[in-house]
Design a protein around this ligand. Structure first.
Ligand code: BT5
Length: 332
């Protein structure tokens, strides 16, 4: 259900900067005029600038760039994704918060966002640099009714959504490096972390984390990743407001997720392939047993990576380390 505060924002925004009287607001929301005044003070804390004029009422003169649950939810055109949204200015990791919410039975589609993560994490206990206010550090709680072995498809689905939004919203030409990196000009722009809780062949929930570098300047990255990391701003020369960017991500994700639930992985596969990095090229593949030179052929109908060795023998990989080349960080 829409909170009183977001209803209030709707009412004010509907009038396009005209004043709305306290009386009208109080009748529409069925709360007292002093309660309206208290909500206005709260909105100001969220970064809104509100003008109050005697006998005229209130109007919004500035909507904040600053992230907050309200600014993201206002104008968010989704049915379920992000309608429950928790925003923090600083957390260790949004993944941990999302797991806690999941264990308290939070709903499918709950989203956790933070301005900054002090212990952002990647796969295999790697760390994820999450500088304050410059990127999207977000975890989504999903409760898909699919078998656990299909969970990796969620990573590929998320990757296509990120690529699609970076293309349409920011005018970029991103590429997806299997399984979870989004690249621009060979450098890492975003990463995805899919964590699964399953029991008895059933998924209890998935926490899907996305980290996207948006407004970083090159020197904002820690030295050890400066040569491999990039941001939307670095690539396009333009800064992007985080709120509309996050809204576009949530809206596109919801749409693609529903498509996936209804029609399966095939459409995602096609979209994924359209953004794929280095398909048709040679890489080195390393599994627990061996390491060999292989040609990247594409992905399978279920999302696994298809490669062939130098004798043309095909292999399907569900998890493997890919060594992409000597001028890149093998960890990415
Ligand atoms: C990933 O791991 O790429 C998954 C990153 C997921 C981050 C999100 S943010 C919201 C949510 N909350 C979390 O705590 N995590 C998720 P992996 O493929 O393991 O890549 C990690 C490697 O990327 C590191 O070892 C660095 O080399 C590099 N790296 C770290 N921070 C980076 C950044 N901001 N931009 C580009 N590369 C980075």
């Amino acid at each position: 259900m829409e909170s009183t505060r977001s209803k209030l924002i709707h009412l004010l925004q509907d009038r396009e900067r005209e004043y709305v009287s306290g009386q009208v607001l109080s009748e529409a929301l069925n709360i007292s005029r002093s309660a309206i005044w208290k909500h206005m003070k709260e909105l100001e804390k969220d970064g809104y600038t509100i003008e109050a004029a005697p006998r005229k009422g209130y109007r919004i003169v500035h909507t904040p760039d600053k992230l907050s649950a309200n600014t993201v939810k206002w104008g968010l055109e989704t049915n379920w994704l992000g309608q429950r949204l928790h925003h923090y200015s600083s957390v260790g990791s949004t993944q941990l918060h999302a797991h806690e919410f999941a264990q308290q039975n939070a709903e499918h589609g709950t989203v956790v966002l933070a301005d900054e993560q002090t212990r952002g994490r990647g796969r295999l206990n790697r760390s994820w640099h999450s500088r304050k206010g410059e990127g999207v550090w977000m975890s989504m709680l999903l409760r898909p009714e699919i078998e656990p072995h299909r969970a990796p498809q969620m990573t590929l689905l998320a990757a296509t959504v990120l690529a699609e939004v970076l293309k349409t919203h920011c005018g970029m030409k991103p590429q997806i490096k299997w399984p979870n990196d989004i690249l621009s000009n060979g450098k890492k722009l975003a990463g995805i972390l899919t964590e699964l809780q399953a029991e008895h062949d059933q998924i209890q929930y998935i926490v899907l984390g996305t980290g996207i570098n948006v407004n970083h300047e090159a020197e904002h990255f820690p030295e050890e990743i400066q040569s491999i990391a990039t941001s939307v701003r670095n690539e396009t020369g333009q800064s992007f407001e985080l709120t509309p960017f996050i809204q576009a991500l949530l809206q596109t994700f919801e749409k693609r997720y529903e498509e996936y639930m209804e029609h399966g992985f095939q459409r995602i596969k096609l979209r994924w392939e359209a953004f794929a990095y280095r398909i048709g090229e040679r890489v080195v593949v390393k599994t627990a047993k061996r390491e060999w030179r292989a040609l990247l052929l594409g992905i399978e109908p279920d999302g696994a990576l298809k490669v062939c060795d130098e004798d043309g023998k095909e292999e399907i990989l569900y998890s493997a380390e890919i060594k992409w080349g000597k001028d890149e960080d093998e960890n990415t």
